[in-house]
Write a protein that binds this ligand. Sequence first.
Ligand code: ZN
Length: 202
Amino acid sequence: MSNEILNSLLKEYSQKKLDAELDLEKRKQNLYKLIPRLEEIDNELNNFAINTAKNILNNSSNNYSINNLKQKIANLKKEKELILLKNNYNVDYLKPFYECKICNDTGFILDNNYKTTMCNCLKQKLLDISFNKSNMSNLKKENFNNFNELIFSDEVDLSKYRFNISPRKNISNIKNKCIDFINNFDNPDYKNLLFVGSTGLR
Ligand SMILES: [Zn+2]
């Protein structure tokens, strides 16, 4: 997998994240006009967050003031939820709508050991790309269920076909070998398959 593909996927991700955040900003501004109390609550919550951070940095907080602040934040969040529900909005309406709720469209997550790992959504995208590149994306259409041996001649002609069996019999044998191979895929003693032929044959 080349870095180029990963880079372009990461660019796509940061655009997706940005779009979700811009979309949230639009929804926020529209809703603030309709329900000004929501803007007040969000401003208060932002101020609390800044004050909490300041208190922690200055080490000037005691347990009482921290608990007090936590209670105030919880009350404001509750009030916000109730307003949204009362006005027929989902409680998550004022949060960004990320495509992936696990990594918030960053493509990466922190695991239990605080190590950054790739999110499954990004892994899947990389797999899809390599799958398409391997020309195996048409499996729904191109599979053994649609295999039609009748399009091969059942004429036996050694000089024409270079086999003493008909092309139809030959292709049936090949198909059976392939099915055997699939059925024994996890058997280490089973031999590999090798397809040979001129370039472009399929
Ligand atoms: Zn993800």
